[in-house]
Design a protein around this ligand. Structure first.
Ligand code: HEM
Length: 497
């Protein structure tokens, strides 16, 4: 275990505090964008088409970026205080680059009216766009800045870990597969970090390729690129980003849950096989986004379905059974941290199952681009990743005793969970009623019953979102009170771990 001086602990603590406060400020703002979208779909306000898509673009990009950045920062903190010394200068550099990227995107959407969605829908930003060309340019540059920032951060972590543990193959746990005795134990959080972050590097490079192509077309509008290639690159990038966000969170669930159950959770052959299989499947599962693209080779469509099915098995089965064996009869006290992890794993399982249903080609012909789709990814992001993040924040700010006794935090947590799942249920119900996704409102749908159901569900969703925000604010107050006092629980955790 890493030995850190008090000043190093303090510096790491300040770094993660900066990220915590950033999340607590930005996340509710992005929720408000979701609220406005649902109110528009429920015909309670009238944003107009252009503003709806501006909000959708900023919300989608903002949420995906914020959740990845925060999950990565938390992983950085755990690795940097337990296993390897990471360079905080690089950490802050990455933070400020992300900030610049976010400011650029906010400007290009809210002021420049850029509304092409996170997926950019090539060649949309260049053809018949209703926003000025400069906002497309600024969005592309901002995304490049974000991608470079993440890439620098990831490469630094991977390089430092590889140096410490004797190479990339050791990080992937391959030494456990041979007959030789393993000389140095590999903590699961280190292996999971590598398995999440290496596909991240590949995805960000794919992102770099399409963004540079976008930039070339921006400067030379007569250029055009193969649309299928663009779509493959964009969805490989987006799908992988969201997947690895979840896996970064699992890294700290593996690291922290044993502190509550008192049971070891170590790397072994099964874990190595499972996570290495996941590594492979993460890369190919994205094909399920292209089922409707008839020009995509048929073999890749089947590969997409198989990879989606198989990707669910190894990490999911091993991690979920791992969590169950950790908590079963462990006499653990159900403080807010393990509670967040367990309910977060449930959200991951439910959303994952709904995703696999949609990744089945015959089902996808019906559910494609209905509200079922935001239903499943909001389940594992809002009902999974966000709960893991809150679990981490409570771990960071509260002592173990405070975590058990924090009635306010728990009240906020349960309100948040119930309201979030009710809000998500309106997406699923919309999906099974064929309500299309990404519609600013449903007034133009010629089937009146579909229009009415869509608008009704959106109004119910808006009420749920208000309770999500209240639950969030209660938890935030509880976290901030503890986090901003002079000697925080972080010191205790770092010194004890
Ligand atoms: C309470 C919190 C949230 C609310 C109220 C909310 C609301 C919404 C709404 C209304 C839509 C548009 C759905 C449609 O008509 O197609 C949407 C889309 C989306 N949301 Fe959320 N959301 C929330 C949390 C999250 C989280 C945590 C993520 C994390 C990744 C996220 C990512 C997205 C993405 C990527 C889209 C898709 C945009 C697109 O289709 O391009 N949202 N959200």
């Amino acid at each position: 275990m890493l030995q850190l001086s008090p000043s190093e602990i303090k510096k790491n603590r300040t770094f993660i505090k900066v990220w915590t406060i950033t999340f607590l400020v930005v996340f509710p703002l992005l929720i408000v964008l979701g609220l406005l979208m649902r109110m528009n779909q429920g015909e309670q306000i009238n944003l107009g088409m252009d503003k709806f898509y501006v909000l959708m673009t900023l919300h989608g990009l903002g949420m995906a970026g914020l959740l990845f950045s925060t999950s990565f920062a938390a992983l950085w903190y755990l690795l940097g205080t337990r296993h390897v010394k990471l360079n905080l200068g690089i950490g802050y550099f990455v933070y400020f680059m992300i900030l610049i990227g976010v400011i650029g995107l906010t400007y290009s959407t809210l002021l420049g009216k850029f509304g092409a969605g996170w997926y950019l829908l090539y060649p949309l930003p260049f053809k018949n766009a209703i926003w000025p060309a400069w906002s497309t340019g600024l969005s592309i540059v901002s995304l490049i800045i974000l991608g470079v920032a993440w890439l620098i951060g990831i490469l630094h972590v991977l390089y430092t870990l590889a140096k410490e543990y004797g190479g990339l193959t050791n990080l992937l746990g391959w030494q456990y597969l041979g007959k030789k005795q393993v000389k140095r134990e590999l903590p699961p959080v280190v292996m999971i970090s590598a398995i999440s972050l290496i596909p991240g590097v590949i995805a960000y490079l794919a992102g770099a390729v399409f963004l540079v192509m976008f930039l070339m077309q921006y400067f030379e509008p007569t250029l055009t690129f193969n649309m299928l290639l663009m779509k493959n690159l964009i969805f490989f990038f987006g799908h992988t980003l969201v997947n690895i966000t979840l896996y970064c969170c699992l890294g700290w669930v593996y690291a922290l849950l044993p502190e509550y159950t008192g049971r070891k959770w170590e790397t072994n052959k099964i874990l190595v096989y499972a996570w290495n299989a996941t590594f492979f499947f993460i890369i190919f599962a994205y094909f399920h986004h292209l089922y409707m693209d008839f020009a995509q080779p048929l073999g890749l469509q089947y590969a997409g379905q198989l990879a989606s099915y198989f990707s669910a098995v190894p990490a999911t089965a091993v991690s979920m059974f791992g969590v169950i064996t950790q908590v079963y009869h462990s006499k653990m006290k159900w403080s807010i941290v393990p509670l967040s992890f367990l309910i977060g794993v449930a959200g991951w399982a439910i959303g994952g199952f709904a995703a696999v249903i949609d990744a089945t080609i015959s089902v996808n012909t019906i559910f494609h681009n209905t509200m079922w789709v935001p239903g499943h990814f909001h389940t594992y992001m809002l009902g999974g990743v966000v709960l893991f993040i809150f679990g981490f924040f409570f771990y960071l700010s509260h002592t173990k005793e405070e975590q058990e006794k924090d009635i306010m935090g728990k009240a906020g947590f349960w309100l948040f969970v119930l309201a979030a799942h009710s809000f998500i249920a309106t997406f699923y119900t919309g999906g099974v009623n064929s309500i299309p996704r990404r519609y600013a409102d449903y007034k133009g749908i010629p089937i009146e019953s579909t229009h009415l159901i869509g608008a009704f569900l959106a109004r119910i969703a808006a009420i749920c979102i208000i309770f999500v925000i209240i639950g969030f604010l209660i938890m935030t107050v509880s976290i901030l009170i503890k986090l901003t006092r002079k000697k925080t629980a972080v010191m205790e955790h770092v010194q004890n771990s």
